[in-house]
Design a protein around this ligand. Structure first.
Ligand code: GRG
Length: 281
């Protein structure tokens, strides 16, 4: 199977699993459930579910276990996007090429969609991993640091810490949850996968910062250069464009090196590292 065929089949399974784990929009309160489905279904790159499936395949996790973990990760991710887009945070009108939830519905609905998606995720998931990755020591804490850093000059180390928490923790959980859904992986396996996930998570953010200044916002449904315009530090603002590109390439190499002990079994994870670094949106 080619990488593209594998991606297509995983993406289909992820969409089905999400449809299954989200409450039906006929269940009351129908409008909240409709808005949850609006936020989650039919959009996004699904990077976290893909990483989760690839790591789960490596450790022999069943399809059902991989689907549950992948759906939980995506629901947490979408909750963070819905809240991040609200007027009290980034105040964005477009997400994934369509109106954000508070624009399409209203602010209270967006707040509740995020809350309810978070709860829904914990029904499906390896609770400890997901809680650690999404709480104040992970994504929510990283977001707090990010919001507090507006107008400040962060060092590269401080920027890295913020991103390791804000986006890296959930990407790392995607790999860990996939792996842990399989045959009890060894400490060595988990340590190697942690190194891989750390490098991919940081590369994802470096590339995001590069794309933020090099792509056309209108076609992507987001505001190009918004972080810079908001006076938020980015890799490009600290290192410059060329050094940021070099860093992304270095992190890709680090991710590949970490997978060496697994040989061909880690092919999909290696391909996903390439996808994260070479993506154009
Ligand atoms: C509100 C608790 C809370 C946290 C928000 C992750 C986050 C913290 C906010 C997301 C805002 C943002 C633009 C972060 C930078 C990188 C990032 C996570 C981009 C969006 O993720 P993608 O590119 O999105 O995987 P898709 O739509 O493809 O799933």
């Amino acid at each position: 199977m080619t990488f593209e065929q594998w991606m297509r089949s995983v993406l289909d399974r992820v969409e089905n699993a999400l449809g299954h784990y989200l409450p039906a929009d006929t269940a009351r309160p129908a409008q909240l459930h409709e808005a949850m489905r609006y936020a989650v279904l039919g959009g996004g790159k699904r990077v976290r579910p893909l990483l989760c499936h690839a790591a789960g395949e490596l450790t022999g996790a069943t399809e059902a276990a991989r689907n549950a973990a992948a759906a939980a990760l995506e629901m947490i991710h979408v909750y963070s996007l819905v809240h991040d887009d609200m007027p009290c945070m980034d105040d964005d009108a477009l997400r994934r090429g369509k109106p954000t939830v508070h624009v399409q519905y209203d602010e209270p609905t967006a707040l509740l969609v995020g809350d309810a998606l978070q709860s829904q995720a914990f029904q499906a998931a390896l609770v400890r991993e997901l809680a650690l990755a999404s709480g104040s020591l992970g994504m929510a804490g990283g977001q707090a640091i990010d919001l507090a850093s507006v107008g400040l000059k962060l060092t590269r180390e401080q920027l890295e810490t913020m991103h390791r928490m804000k986006t890296g923790a959930l990407l790392r959980a995607a790999v860990r949850m996939g792996a842990l859904a399989g045959e009890t992986p060894s400490a060595e396996t988990m340590a190697a996968l942690d190194v891989y996930a750390g490098a991919v998570g940081l590369a994802f953010q470096v590339v995001d910062d590069i794309l933020d200044v090099t792509t056309d916002s209108a076609t992507l449904g987001k505001t190009a250069g918004k972080d810079a315009a908001n006076d938020k530090p980015t890799y490009v603002s600290i290192l410059g464009l060329d050094a940021s590109r070099e860093l992304a390439a270095q992190l890709r190499a680090e991710a590949h090196d970490a997978l060496k002990p697994f040989g061909a079994r880690a092919q999909r994870l290696a391909e996903l590292a390439d996808l994260v670094v070479n993506r154009v949106s």
